[in-house]
Design a protein around this ligand. Structure first.
Ligand code: C2E
Ligand code: MG
Ligand code: MG
Ligand code: MG
Length: 284
């Protein structure tokens, strides 16, 4: 159903004509109701330490139960929503629900990661809004990780630096997502108050058979460690890749290998250990 949902949800933006086609426009207008009518839902995907399999965080990934089209994945609507101020409503909604869900899980060592968009950073109240959400949920600030993609980071590097400095001085952590897809200068990267980089799955998924990708992964792990950062690999689909990542010294893995994104009820069961399969057994 995943591929079908994506197919039905296809929308196009024509940069040359500077307008959206009809399908995109209607999806954007329908999105207003998605937020107010609770059509959005969060799935959670664990991030686990490669050394011992301990789950250190869960990432919130938004889905939209569209009344006519069924379950829509973020690739279909987030890039559109990001072109409008509705992205602020989306991020606020995700933050609130992710923090509330984390509070109900009751594991004080678990963090939640929320994806944010470049456009969120341009809102003057963004840092204050995030801090208020953390306060309201009664969550310690270090238990929130904000993920921004490397390409979004380059949209307004000065602004990103300022907002991150504000957020991290409060204790909130920041991660650079899909690392390796952009061209961040190393000087800029080292000046950012980051705690983590996530290596893009393009390099991770075939690192066992693709020597160039394996070399990139090793370099990013070394770079991250030299900058004092935690290095996460996304898109880890097999135990072979997991083993190779562990050999490289990569700290944390995320991927279908041990857990897909899942609704909160399933996550609870998974965290309780019943669905964890071979991962903890084989790796401990
Ligand atoms: P991302 O933050 O890089 O999230 C990783 C994506 O890869 C997720 O897709 C996840 O389901 C998928 N994935 C995880 N493990 C594997 C694996 O082993 N193999 C493969 N092939 N894929 C894997 P999803 O949930 O469709 O999200 C896509 C993107 O949409 C996210 O990429 C993120 O950039 C964006 N997104 C998701 N939720 C939000 C949100 O609440 N706000 C914003 N602004 N963006 C979001
Ligand atoms: Mg992410
Ligand atoms: Mg990513
Ligand atoms: Mg990615």
């Amino acid at each position: 159903h995943h591929a079908k949902a994506r197919h039905l949800g296809v929308v196009r933006y024509h940069p040359s004509q500077n307008h959206y086609d009809a399908a995109s426009l209607s999806l954007i207008s329908e999105f207003r109701r998605a937020v107010t009518d609770n059509q959005l839902v969060l799935h959670y995907q664990p991030k686990a330490k490669l050394s011992d399999g301990a789950v250190e965080a869960i990432e919130a990934l938004v889905r939209w139960h569209h009344p006519a089209r069924g379950l829509l994945y973020p690739d279909v609507f987030v890039p559109l929503v990001e072109q409008t101020d509705l992205i602020d409503d989306l991020t606020r909604w995700v933050l609130r629900h992710a923090l509330e869900d984390l509070a109900t899980i009751g594991d004080p060592h678990l963090a939640v990661a929320v994806n944010i968009s470049a456009r969120n950073l341009s809102r003057h109240t963004f840092a204050a809004d995030v801090k208020a959400a953390v306060r309201r949920a009664g969550i310690e600030p270090h238990r929130l990780v904000l993920e921004l993609t490397e390409t979004a980071l380059l949209f307004d590097p000065t602004r990103a630096h300022d907002v991150f400095t504000d957020l991290t001085s409060y204790g909130i952590r920041v991660s650079i997502d899909d690392f390796g897809r952009g061209q961040t200068s190393l000087g800029y990267l080292s000046a950012l108050p980051l705690s983590e980089i996530k290596i893009d799955r393009t390099f991770v998924r075939d690192m066992v058979t693709n020597a160039a990708h394996a070399a990139i992964v090793r370099s990013v792990v070394e770079l991250g460690h030299n900058l004092g950062l935690i290095v996460v690999a996304e898109g880890v689909e097999t135990a072979e890749v997991g083993d190779e990542l562990r050999e490289c010294g990569c700290d944390v893995a995320q991927g279908y290998w041990f857990a897909r994104p899942m609704p909160l009820v399933d996550l609870r069961r998974w965290l309780a250990g019943s669905d964890r399969g071979d991962f903890s057994l084989a790796q401990l």
